[in-house]
Write a protein that binds this ligand. Structure first.
Ligand SMILES: [Zn+2]
Length: 93
């Protein structure tokens, strides 16, 4: 009974996952958020693919910004953000 209500509180929908995933770019996730994402990804294929894409994108961007240490860095990360926002938008519609 108690356990079920805890699980219920950790239950999130696809929209919520997209929101959390995009916030993960700006700040570390709380334990609760990480558990929620982990639980949701266990049951939702589209979100699993979406998060995998997002991770891949982030890894690529991280590599790029390491190469572009100087002034182009800011521009790059701004356009990167646009790409990610677009991906989020498509995921939600
Ligand atoms: Zn989902």
């Amino acid at each position: 009974m108690i356990r079920r209500s805890i699980l219920r509180r950790l239950e999130v929908n696809c929209k919520e996952i997209s929101r959390i995933a995009s916030q993960a770019m700006d700040r570390p996730l709380t334990l609760r958020e990480r558990i929620s994402v982990w639980m949701h990804l266990g049951i939702c294929d589209p979100c699993r693919q979406f998060v995998a894409q997002l991770r891949l994108l982030r890894a690529v961007l991280k590599q790029q910004s390491r190469h572009a240490e100087n002034d182009s860095n800011v521009v790059l990360s701004n356009s990167a953000r646009e790409v990610i926002r677009e991906a989020l938008h498509q995921h939600l519609h």
